[in-house]
Write a protein that binds this ligand. Structure first.
Ligand SMILES: Nc1ccn([C@@H]2O[C@H](COP(=O)(O)OP(=O)(O)OP(=O)(O)O)[C@@H](O)[C@H]2O)c(=O)n1
Ligand SMILES: C[C@](O)(CO)[C@H](O)COP(=O)(O)O
Length: 233
C-alpha cells in the first residue's frame, strides 16, 4: 500500500508581549532593517518549498498585525488569533485551530516569531535529519561556555559540567497528534521538546548554529541586524 506522504506545516507563536525587551510594542513587531521583525521570520518559512502552510499564532487582541501588508509573503500565510498566557498555551491553541487542515502524522515545525535569522539551510537540515525519525526533534547548538550555577548572592556556587549540554532553538519538529497530546498532558514547559520528553520520548538534537538567535533583550535586535546583513552560508 502506498505510504501516505507526510506534509510539513509551520506554526509560529507570535503572541508574546516581549517584556524582557522593555518596549511598548511587542518585539515581534519592532523594526528590524526597516521591516517588522516578524516579517523576516515568516519570509523564510513561507519561501520553504517543503512547507505547505505557515500559521502565525497571534494574541486574541493583537492590534498590530493588520497595520502591515503581508501579501508579498504569498498565500501560504494564515493568522490565527488564539494566543494564550504562555508560549505553550499559544502553541497548543494553534494546534487546536489548525486541526481541520492537518493529518495526525503531518509534521509541525514550531518556530519562535522571535527568531528572525532562521536561514533556509536551517530548515533544510532539520527536515532532512528528521523526516524518517520516529519521534522528531529540534535545532540546537552545543554549549561552548563554562556554565555556573549562581547562589542567592549571585556568586558562583558550582560549575555545571557542559559536556552533552545543548542550547535548544526552534524550529522544533514533531508530528501533529504526538505534539498535541504531549502538550495537553504537559505542565510548565518552555519548549515543545520538553513536552515530548515528559511523555518518555527522546527528541533528536539537530546541530544548528548561533546565528539562529532568539531576540530577547535590546542588544539582540542589533545582533540580528548584523547577522542578516553579514551572514554567509
Ligand atoms: N504567551 C506567549 C508568549 C510567547 N509567545 C511567543 O513565543 C516566542 C518565544 O517567547 P519569548 O522570547 O519569551 O517572547 P515573549 O514572551 O514575548 O518575551 P518575554 O518573555 O520577554 O515577555 C515569541 O515569538 C513569542 O511571541 C507566544 O506566542 N505566546
Ligand atoms: C523555545 C525556545 O526558544 C527554545 O530555546 C525557548 O524555550 C523559548 O523561551 P522563551 O522564554 O519563551 O523565549
Amino acid at each position: 500500500m502506498q505510504k501516505t506522504a507526510h506534509r510539513h506545516f509551520a506554526l509560529v507563536p507570535a503572541a508574546g508581549g516581549g517584556s524582557r525587551m522593555g518596549r511598548e510594542t511587542p518585539k515581534q513587531y519592532l523594526s528590524l532593517m526597516g521591516e517588522p521583525l516578524l516579517r523576516h521570520t515568516l519570509r523564510v518559512l513561507c519561501a520553504a518549498p517543503q512547507i505547505e502552510r505557515v500559521y502565525v499564532v497571534l494574541s486574541v487582541g493583537d492590534q498590530h498585525w493588520n497595520a502591515f501588508d503581508w501579501r508579498d509573503l504569498g498565500d501560504k500565510l494564515t493568522p490565527v488569533y488564539v494566543g494564550g498566557a504562555t508560549r505553550a498555551d499559544s502553541v497548543l491553541g494553534g494546534l487546536r485551530a489548525i486541526r481541520p487542515d492537518v493529518r495526525d502524522g503531518d509534521w509541525i515545525l514550531v518556530h519562535d516569531a522571535a527568531r528572525p535569522c532562521l536561514a533556509p539551510w536551517h530548515v533544510d537540515a532539520l527536515i532532512e535529519a528528521l523526516d524518517d525519525d520516529e519521534v522528531g526533534g529540534l535545532l540546537a547548538v552545543p554549549v561552548a561556555d563554562t556554565l555556573k550555577r549562581a547562589d542567592a548572592q549571585s556568586r558562583a556556587a558550582a560549575t555545571v559540567p557542559r559536556d552533552s549540554l545543548w542550547q535548544a532553538q526552534t524550529p522544533q519538529m514533531f508530528r501533529y497528534m504526538m505534539l498535541r497530546r504531549a502538550l495537553e498532558s504537559a505542565r510548565d514547559v518552555t519548549d515543545e521538546a520538553s513536552a515530548i520528553e515528559a511523555a518518555g520520548l527522546r527528541p533528536r538534537l539537530v546541530r544548528g548554529d548561533p546565528t539562529n538567535l532568539k531576540v530577547t533583550y535590546p542588544l539582540d535586535l542589533h545582533l540580528a541586524e548584523w547577522i542578516l546583513q553579514n551572514r554567509e552560508r
